[in-house]
Design a protein around this ligand. Structure first.
Ligand code: PLP
Length: 455
């Protein structure tokens, strides 16, 4: 480690201590509410992802690009509900669509007309002819795995080390495996991400490194005629942002097909955010099945699975079960239709690109000016700073990063009116309601951190 990096690392500890103090002093009501909630709610939060240090922030309301917490702090929201709110908060067209729908009834468990319109829009964006709906990304990847197993008659799944595909058993494997359990880099182990997952289930999921075609070939050779599908997050977005190597996704599809397996894209984060047709469009690779959620629902719980006609045909033939009381819920469908047909228009994607340039450009200038060993990736509405000089290609690269830089950056942003998703793995999501002034706030805060790190 160079002396300047060492000095910076020492400084980070002191900056964190100071920023945590400021953070807590301005969020006393959140702290009270958190402690009150603990009486009835495990960890005091509805999902363990919301329990991030130093403490959860309870939100009061959101409008446009902004949210306000229960202590009255205002933020420009780059967290955007873990990548959901690309429409921004309380978008007038979403408010209108939901306000029209609510007095007409909010749930029937019978199809409504919007189902066809939403599926048609997804079909044209993602080049998959047939669709079904679900209520979360977890459900979407669960259904995609079941379809692949049903179609191929095989049980084994291959996933990439450190991808998160939701919280069902088959894919809660090596999401962020501990160093002493993860196995050698050339042959990663399958590590359950939670207690309560049967070993027989974990053993059916093989794990390979991202961007490593040789490892993928080797896993297919080791399990001939046993692998139903390979599931890939085409751009990894739960490890900062990790881009696929040029041509990687097309080659991955070839390898899967050559071995009689399906390719599933988990586009829960990339779908409709990095391009109208997500990674499928951006990289020009059409998989056999796609799992979507998050941005497609305009802020209402959602999920969707799209696929080849022959694979989805298993649902028509009643060979694969795809169910859900709330699938195609009228509120979700109304918000989805407005999102896809009225808000996420070509102009919206041009807006994301323009803001991404201002934000990414500003951050890169700060990094260059202060000679920081970091880099920035922007891709459509998504982007983030990675706290190492070289690009990350897989989980083992990612492990070389000192996470305290991400944490101090998160605290700086939070204490200066920018809400980011917690945890070092996360990154930003822009919305159609973000302005240049909003992204400049992010750059200014980052510049302040850079000065303090180098002082
Ligand atoms: C890539 C990816 N897939 C699936 C999921 C699971 O989605 P959900 O939280 O809606 O179940 C997530 C959640 O963050 C995700 O990032």
């Amino acid at each position: 480690m160079s002396t300047s990096v060492q000095t910076m690392t020492e400084r980070v500890g002191k900056l964190i201590e100071h920023e945590e103090q400021v953070f807590r002093s301005r969020r006393r009501r959140s702290d009270e509410m958190w402690n009150e909630a603990k009486e009835f709610v495990s960890k005091g939060v509805p999902s363990s992802f919301q329990d991030a240090p130093p403490q959860p922030i309870f939100i009061d309301r959101g409008e446009g690009s902004r949210v306000w917490d229960v202590d009255g702090n205002e933020y420009v929201d780059f967290h955007n509900g873990f990548g959901v709110m690309v429409v921004g908060h309380a978008h007038p067209l979403i408010v209108e669509a939901l306000s029209k729908r609510i007095p007409m009834g909010t749930h029937f468990a019978q199809p409504v007309g919007d189902v066809r319109e939403v599926a048609r829009e997804l079909a044209s964006r993602f080049h998959q002819p047939q669709w079904r709906f679900a209520n979360s990304g977890t459900e979407a990847t669960l259904d995609a795995i079941r379809l692949a197993r049903g179609f191929t008659g095989r049980d084994r799944i291959v996933k990439i080390e450190a991808t998160y595909h939701g919280h069902h058993d088959a894919l809660m494997v090596s999401v962020e495996p501990k160093a002493d359990l993860m196995g050698p880099a050339a042959s990663p182990a399958s590590v359950p991400q939670s207690e309560g997952i049967p070993k027989v289930v974990t053993d059916l999921t093989s794990v390979v490194a991202f961007n490593d075609l040789a490892q993928l070939e080797a896993i297919f050779a080791r399990h001939p005629d046993q692998i139903a599908a390979l599931i890939v997050e085409p751009v990894m977005m739960n490890l900062g942002i990790v881009m696929p190597d040029d041509g990687y996704l097309a080659k991955v599809r070839d390898i899967a097909h050559r071995n009689g397996a399906l390719l599933i894209f988990d586009e829960v984060k990339t779908g409709c955010t990095i391009a109208p047709g997500g990674a499928t469009e951006r990289f020009g690779v059409v998989p056999d099945l796609i799992a979507l959620a998050k941005a497609i629902g305009g802020g209402i719980p959602c999920g969707a699975i799209g696929g080849r006609a022959d694979v989805m045909g298993l649902i028509d033939e009643d060979r694969v079960a795809q169910f859900g009381t709330f699938n195609g819920n009228p509120l979700t469908m109304a918000a989805s239709r407005a999102t896809l047909t009225k808000i996420l228009t070509p102009a919206a994607y041009a807006h994301f690109d323009a803001l991404g340039e201002v934000l990414g450009g500003g951050l890169r200038e700060v990094i260059a000016e202060h000679d920081l060993p970091f880099h920035v990736i922007t891709i459509g509405a998504r982007g983030g700073v990675t706290y190492r000089k070289e690009q990350v290609r897989n989980y083992r690269d990612y492990l070389t990063i000192d996470k305290s830089f991400a944490y101090v950056s998160w605290l700086y942003q939070c204490n200066r009116g920018v809400l980011m998703a917690p945890f070092a793995e996360e990154n930003w999501t822009l919305s159609v309601q973000h302005s240049e002034e909003d992204v400049q706030r992010y750059v200014d805060n980052f510049a302040e951190l850079a000065r303090d790190l180098r002082r």
